[in-house]
Every structure is written in structure tokens, then in C-alpha cells.
Design a binder for this molecule. Structure first.
Ligand code: G3P
Length: 217
């Protein structure tokens, strides 16, 4: 399963890249706003930090203007992936862009029917939001299971990119279901390494090693 960092914070992306766990980056208008950076500049900088896809989202709501914005965004770097909302205009834009080889991430997906449309429109990725379903008392991972089954039924090439990931449980469930990608805040990805028994084991090893009076260096 590929790990994408869901952030526009350069320092966090660099830190994650050092672990070898960074397969790509996703941003959205809210994350860009939170960064306080110029959208074009920060996207270009992020594209230089990974060879993987960097999702940059259009903000227009109509197909013609989405296409104009996409032209500007994909000129930033070869690894820019254009993000469009799961609307009819977004699907028209997805269909047009993917026909000339541009990567497209169809986002704000909240139903399996929507994901079916994204695949038929040729999306590179579909981004079903699990956390926001959880926020409303619906098990977001059920949506991922449904999409996985539908995509496997018809051998769709669109990759399931689990988004709105809020904790390590979402990552585990995504991997168990067989999602292709998950995107999460770097702190969630880093938290995957944490376990109390690991900490306890390190403490025990260090205590016993100290008792030997030896040093390696
Ligand atoms: O990639 C989508 C993600 O940024 C949304 O996350 O926590 O705002 O639902 P959240």
C-alpha cells in the first residue's frame, strides 16, 4: 500500500521523506490555506521533494474553467496530479485530462456509486473520505470495502486512495481491505511506528547493556 502525505507543510514532508515512507503528497484548498503559502510556489516545492504524484486541486466548479486551471497546475511539474471534485463537471474534466495522460485524483467521494463514476471516467485515483463518514456515525471503512469489491468485479485500474484518514486504525483497515493508497497527515504515518512494548523492550535492552559497562564506539 502506498503512503501519501496529506499536507502542504514542507518541513513535515521532508521529515517523512527521510524515512523512505513517502510515496506521494496530497493537498487541497484547506491545506494550502493552512500552510499560508502561495499555491503555485508551495506545489512546485513539494513536487521537488518526491518523485511520486503530488495532488493539486482545482477550485473552479465548471468544466471549462477547471480545464484552464488544470493546464496551469500541470505545467508546474511532471508529477502533478490534478485533483477534481466528484461532480459531473469534475468527471468531465477527469475524462478529458486522463485521455492525454494527465494523472487525475477525483476527490470528495462519499459513496460507492460516486467511486464507480470516477473509475468509468478514467480517474487515476479516487479519494473516498473515511473520517468525515465516521464523524457522522457511518463506518467509513465500509465504503472502502464496497469500492474495493466493485473495482475488483470489473478490473478497474483506478486506484483507491483512502483519504480523511484520522488515526492508525484507518491505515490498518485500509491495508486489510486492500486499498492501493492511503493519504494521511505525517503525524498519523509516524504514529504507525509507535508501540508501548517496543518502548518497554528498548528500556530493558538499554538497562542490560549499561550493566555490561561496554560501548560500541
Ligand atoms: O485529503 C482529504 C483530507 O485532507 C480531508 O481530511 O480530516 O479534513 O476530513 P479531513
Amino acid at each position: 500500500m502506498k503512503f501519501f502525505a496529506d499536507t502542504a507543510e514542507i518541513a513535515d514532508i521532508k521529515d517523512l521523506a527521510e524515512t523512505g515512507l513517502l510515496d506521494g503528497v496530497t493537498t487541497n484548498p484547506s491545506l494550502i490555506a493552512k500552510s499560508g503559502r502561495d499555491f503555485m510556489e508551495v506545489t512546485k516545492e513539494i513536487c521537488g521533494l518526491t518523485d511520486g504524484p503530488v495532488s493539486a486541486e482545482v477550485v473552479a466548479l465548471d468544466h471549462p474553467t477547471m480545464m484552464k486551471e488544470a493546464d496551469k497546475l500541470r505545467a508546474i511539474a511532471d508529477n502533478v496530479c490534478i485533483k477534481v471534485p466528484l461532480t459531473i463537471d469534475g468527471l468531465k474534466t477527469c475524462n478529458a485530462l486522463t485521455q492525454d495522460g494527465t494523472m487525475v485524483n477525483v476527490t470528495l467521494c462519499f459513496s460507492a456509486n460516486q467511486a464507480l463514476l470516477a473509475a468509468k471516467a478514467g480517474a487515476t485515483f479516487v479519494s473516498p473520505f473515511v473520517g468525515r463518514h465516521d464523524d457522522n456515525g457511518v463506518n467509513g471503512m465500509d465504503l472502502i470495502r464496497d469500492i474495493r469489491q466493485i473495482y475488483d468485479n470489473y478490473d478497474f485500474e483506478t486506484e483507491i486512495l483512502v483519504a480523511s484518514v484520522r488515526h492508525v486504525g484507518h491505515v490498518l483497515d485500509s491495508a486489510l481491505i486492500g486499498a492501493d493508497v492511503m493519504t494521511a497527515p505525517p503525524k498519523v504515518i509516524m504514529a504507525l511506528a509507535e508501540h508501548v512494548l517496543t518502548d518497554r523492550g528498548i528500556e530493558g535492552f538499554m538497562k542490560d547493556w549499561k550493566a555490561t559497562g561496554q560501548s560500541i564506539l
